[in-house]
Ligand binder design. Structure first.
Ligand SMILES: *[C@@H]1O[C@H](CO)[C@@H](O)[C@H](O)[C@H]1NC(C)=O
Ligand SMILES: *[C@@H]1O[C@H](CO)[C@@H](O)[C@H](O)[C@H]1NC(C)=O
Ligand SMILES: *[C@@H]1O[C@H](CO)[C@@H](O)[C@H](O)[C@H]1NC(C)=O
Ligand SMILES: *[C@@H]1O[C@H](CO)[C@@H](O)[C@H](O)[C@H]1NC(C)=O
Ligand SMILES: *[C@@H]1O[C@H](CO)[C@@H](O)[C@H](O)[C@H]1NC(C)=O
Ligand SMILES: *[C@@H]1O[C@H](CO)[C@@H](O)[C@H](O)[C@H]1NC(C)=O
Ligand SMILES: *[C@@H]1O[C@H](CO)[C@@H](O)[C@H](O)[C@H]1NC(C)=O
Ligand SMILES: *[C@@H]1O[C@H](CO)[C@@H](O)[C@H](O)[C@H]1NC(C)=O
Ligand SMILES: *[C@@H]1O[C@H](CO)[C@@H](O)[C@H](O)[C@H]1NC(C)=O
Ligand SMILES: *[C@@H]1O[C@H](CO)[C@@H](O)[C@H](O)[C@H]1NC(C)=O
Ligand SMILES: *[C@@H]1O[C@H](CO)[C@@H](O)[C@H](O)[C@H]1NC(C)=O
Ligand SMILES: *[C@@H]1O[C@H](CO)[C@@H](O)[C@H](O)[C@H]1NC(C)=O
Length: 776
């Protein structure tokens, strides 16, 4: 029994199906084809009108779609439902979806094409072919079931046939094509008849005869309207923003088109607004009412001022304000455009701005001279290069100046310390500055956070820093500073974080004042220098803040800085990883004297620093045994005493360090049995390697006398729960996740950055639109 389905009424069809399924299953299947024979014939006739020509489709140049000749797989006698580009209704066998986009089709489109006989089509995509500037045949109106029509970039030309208005079921219509023309009359009936249209893309279609007010006749189901580069003229009706579903509006590229937004009461779900290369004066009155806005492109000769409330557009992720005249009489005082894709400083209207946050953009060029009245300038994490002009020193109202993480070089202007009478924060971290540090910090210096980490500074640490009595954070790690230990900083009453790591500091570390040195210090990082002599016992005895970091009251965790909604970040080594803490909790405390030439014993008194989270004395020449008092450091999470000359047993007291997650005692001369229990059940061989006389779990040599203690792995004690309490998710999102399983990450948040998909999505979309505009 043959099983070929013709275009018969559905009822018959169902009966046929039923009959078939009850009949013997021995009926042959070789002859059964889902595809209607008629449709197969139509398709083959249709495709035979065109030749295959690689230069007809160039999709790979502007999208991730690869061009290839789908019709090559179309063979007579095979089931057309399995041909490339074809989808059938699997009950009727009718072709309902034809996608021949990017298929290298070349040739004139015949008006008697058999394609028009396939009336079941619901979706037709012929975009990106070369139809040799044919007219769109009026027969297109016969596709009465069509919901999606995409003829974009397929080199049709001429007037759009009126019959397009018969396609009343259309949901999306894409006719982007710069040879096409759509008359006002056709547009009007289109607007009237396409009651279900959601996406209307007429980019580059010549709409010069259309009065823009007729767009208001379009269906209110509209979500995406793109009339860019369409030669529209006159006033675009701003009421379009009252369309309840409109999320994307692209009008740019028509130089004679103007738009102004209503003065108030805008309430619109608009997310994407592109008005480049048109006229959009007076736009700004109510733009901040567009609360859902994510992408805003306004290269449109804007004059006047941006309302400060633009900073309240919390969804905004990309702004392009380039090529405007916003510098004129701009009353804007606060502008936050951080984490955008700003490329050029000229895009920023900053004459009167007092607070500018443009962190994490893509700004290039030289460091700008800020206006004299500026108070906050946050321009970190961009690509600025070149030297800093001493003109900067005129901005003597600055309180926060952060140009860290750029590519700036040269010497730091000598006049910069003058600004310290107003500056609270001076962050120059991670640039390429060299030369001596500016030296003349005046009396009355107010700097609280001074960060020069990761540059190439030389010479001495300026003694005048002692004038900065408010100093809380001093981070000059990773430079070439050649100096002795700055004991003269010990009187600074508020210094909490002192990072001198990876410089050329040398000599003994000793104190002058016995009782009141570094009263607030809780993060000390001297690692990787040339310090010699014994560990500084007297300092250790007096580091009150490390004895009780919560001394200042407040049980609830607070971040450093934050007063000006600017939180301090510092670079620290935690658990063997060098990372940037984007925010620093005021209870964070660590002591790192590793990679120096310290000698002698580890003083017992170190057991008093009970707030310590981390202790690193590795890579020195320390000898003697590990003090039992370390068992008093109950907050300790990492302990590294590796690569010294320590002898004796590992104190049993260390078992009580139930927060400890990283232990490194390797490369010493320790002996005896490794203590067992609690966290010690979790450490691996690597914690002990290079101590030939150590025994017991996890090493293979069992303990003398008692035999090998076999503790099951994973019998953690309660502290593990802390991992979850302290935002373990942050760890999973951060870039060190795999490495540091088992860390307690409550003390900081990583900079996660914008996800890749986001950049691709918005920059990609923008580029596509830009491409359209350029084509015109
Ligand atoms: C291929 O198409 C291009 C235009 O897209 C045309 O100029 C060229 O002549 C065509 N080549 C052939 C062999 O038809
Ligand atoms: C085709 O059949 C599949 C199941 O085999 C079903 O999920 C799908 O909806 C059908 N498609 C149509 C267009 O009927
Ligand atoms: C038509 O095909 C192109 C290229 O494959 C694709 O980008 C586009 O989204 C398709 N159009 C529709 C309406 O699906
Ligand atoms: C392209 O159009 C021109 C002018 O209408 C015509 O002479 C030529 O034969 C067409 N070429 C193809 C390949 O259809
Ligand atoms: C279309 O018309 C041309 C002549 O104009 C003819 O040669 C061709 O067979 C027709 N094609 C169809 C599918 O009717
Ligand atoms: C609207 O579409 C119907 C068919 O769907 C058609 O008969 C009618 O002429 C169309 N109206 C206009 C104004 O084109
Ligand atoms: C044409 O527009 C539709 C509707 O917005 C869209 O889905 C499609 O991707 C567009 N086609 C191309 C080739 O970009
Ligand atoms: C659009 O059409 C008008 C009127 O027909 C014409 O003057 C204008 O040059 C066309 N624009 C383009 C870009 O072809
Ligand atoms: C189309 O818009 C015009 C102007 O806004 C209006 O006068 C007319 O009534 C509208 N027509 C329809 C059918 O909605
Ligand atoms: C704005 O909306 C409010 C409440 O919806 C209304 O009372 C007020 O009159 C509107 N203002 C204007 C200028 O339309
Ligand atoms: C500039 O702005 C002030 C208000 O800030 C206004 O009084 C003045 O008229 C404006 N000047 C011009 C030329 O627009
Ligand atoms: C460690 O704690 C014990 C018991 O609280 C105490 O006796 C001892 O003095 C402490 N050691 C140090 C060095 O603080």
């Amino acid at each position: 029994m043959g099983f070929s389905l013709k275009l018969c009424p559905l009822v018959f069809l169902l009966l046929f199906f039923l009959a078939f399924s009850f009949s013997s299953s021995s009926s042959s299947s070789s002859a059964t084809q889902l595809c209607s024979h008629e449709h197969a014939t139509f398709l083959l006739q249709f495709s035979s009108a065109f030749s295959i020509n690689k230069s007809a489709s160039e999709c790979e140049y502007f999208s991730s779609v690869k061009s290839y000749s789908k019709t090559l797989s179309w063979k007579e006698g095979t089931d057309c439902c399995f041909w490339d580009g074809i989808t059938c209704d699997n009950i009727t066998g009718n072709v309902i979806d034809l996608d021949l986009s990017c298929s290298n089709l070349y040739g004139s489109f015949p008006s008697n094409s058999s394609l028009f006989l396939i009336k079941s089509l619901e979706s037709l995509n012929l975009s990106n072919n070369d139809f040799n500037l044919s007219k769109i045949p009026r027969e297109i109106g016969q596709f009465v079931s069509l919901k999606h029509l995409d003829l974009s970039y397929s080199l049709f030309s001429g007037q759009f046939p009126n019959e397009i208005t018969h396609l009343s079921k259309l949901v999306s219509l894409n006719l982007s094509n710069f040879e096409l023309k759509l008359e006002e009359a056709t547009f009007k009936s289109l607007a009237q008849n396409l009651s279900e249209i959601r996406e209307l893309i007429l980019s580059e279609v010549n709409l010069s005869s259309l009065n823009p007010r007729y767009v208001m006749n379009l269906s209110s189901s509209l979500i995406d309207l793109d009339l860019s580069s369409s030669d529209l003229e006159g006033k675009f009706p701003h009421n379009i923003l009252q369309f309840p579903n409109l999320k994307s509006l692209t009008l740019g590229g028509s130089e004679q088109l103007t738009i102004s937004l209503p003065k108030s009461n805008l309430s619109s779900p608009l997310e994407f607004l592109d008005l480049e290369y048109m006229r959009c004066s007076e736009l700004f009155h109510s733009i901040s009412d567009l609360k859902s806005l994510k992408v805003l492109i306004l290269e449109c000769n804007l004059e006047g001022s941006i309302p400060s409330s633009i900073g309240n557009l919390s969804q905004l992720s990309m702004v392009d304000l380039s090529s405007n005249n916003l510098s004129g009489n701009d009353t804007l005082e606060y502008l936050n455009l951080s984490h955008n894709f700003l490329m050029a400083l000229e895009q920023i209207p900053w004459r009167n701005i007092r607070t500018l946050d443009i962190r994490s953009n893509m700004l290039q060029g030289v460091f700008p001279v800020p206006p004299i009245k500026m108070i906050f300038l946050l321009i970190s994490t961009n690509n600025l290069s070149g030297e800093i002009s001493s003109e900067l020193c005129k901005a003597n109202s600055l309180e926060i100046l952060d140009f860290s993480h750029n590519n700036l070089s040269g010497m730091i202007p000598n006049c910069l310390p003058k600004l310290s009478k107003s500056l609270f924060v001076l962050n120059m971290q991670a640039n390429r500055f060299h030369g001596n540090m500016p030296s003349m910090f005046p009396k009355g210096c107010r700097i609280q956070n001074f960060n020069l980490h990761g540059n190439q500074m030389e010479g001495l640490l300026p003694r005048s820093l002692v004038n900065c009595r408010m100093l809380e954070v001093l981070d000059i790690g990773n430079n070439n500073i050649k100096d002795t230990f700055p004991y003269w900083l010990e009187s600074l009453p508020k210094l909490q974080v002192l990072v001198l790591r990876s410089n050329k500091f040398h000599g003994f570390v000793h104190n002058t004042k016995a009782n009141s040195s570094f009263p607030k210090l809780r993060v000390l990082d001297l690692s990787n220098n040339n310090f010699v002599g014994p560990l500084p016992v007297h300092y250790i005895e007096n580091l009150k803040a490390m004895v009780n970091a919560q001394e200042d009251g407040k049980n609830s965790a607070q971040y450093m800085g934050g007063r000006f909604s600017y939180e301090y970040s510092i670079m620290v080594t935690m658990k063997g990883l060098f990372i940037e803490l984007e925010k620093v909790l005021t209870i964070f405390s660590s002591f790192d004297l590793s990679k120096n030439k310290f000698v002698g014993e580890i003083p017992k008194v170190i057991g008093k620093l009970s707030s310590l989270k981390g202790l690193n004395l590795s890579h020195n020449n320390l000898n003697g045994s590990i003090p039992h008092s370390l068992g008093n450091l109950t907050n300790l999470e990492w302990l590294d005493l590796s690569s010294n000359e320590l002898v004796g047993e590992i104190p049993q007291e260390l078992v009580s360090l139930t927060s400890l997650s990283v232990l490194d005692l390797s490369n010493n001369q320790l002996d005896g049995c490794i203590p067992q229990g609690n966290q010690f059940n979790t450490f691996e061989n690597s914690s002990y390697k290079g101590n030939p006389m150590l025994y017991g779990f996890p090493l293979t040599k069992s303990c003398d006398g008692n035999g090998m203690l076999q503790q099951p792995l994973g019998s953690f004690h309660g502290k593990v729960h802390k991992l979850w309490e302290f935002g373990w998710r942050v760890v999973l999102l951060g870039y060190v996740c795999g490495l540091v399983f088992g860390l307690l990450m409550g003390y900081f948040a990583f900079q996660i950055g914008k996800p890749k998909w986001f950049v691709t999505l918005f920059v990609g979309q923008h580029n596509q639109k830009a491409r359209n505009v350029k084509k015109a």
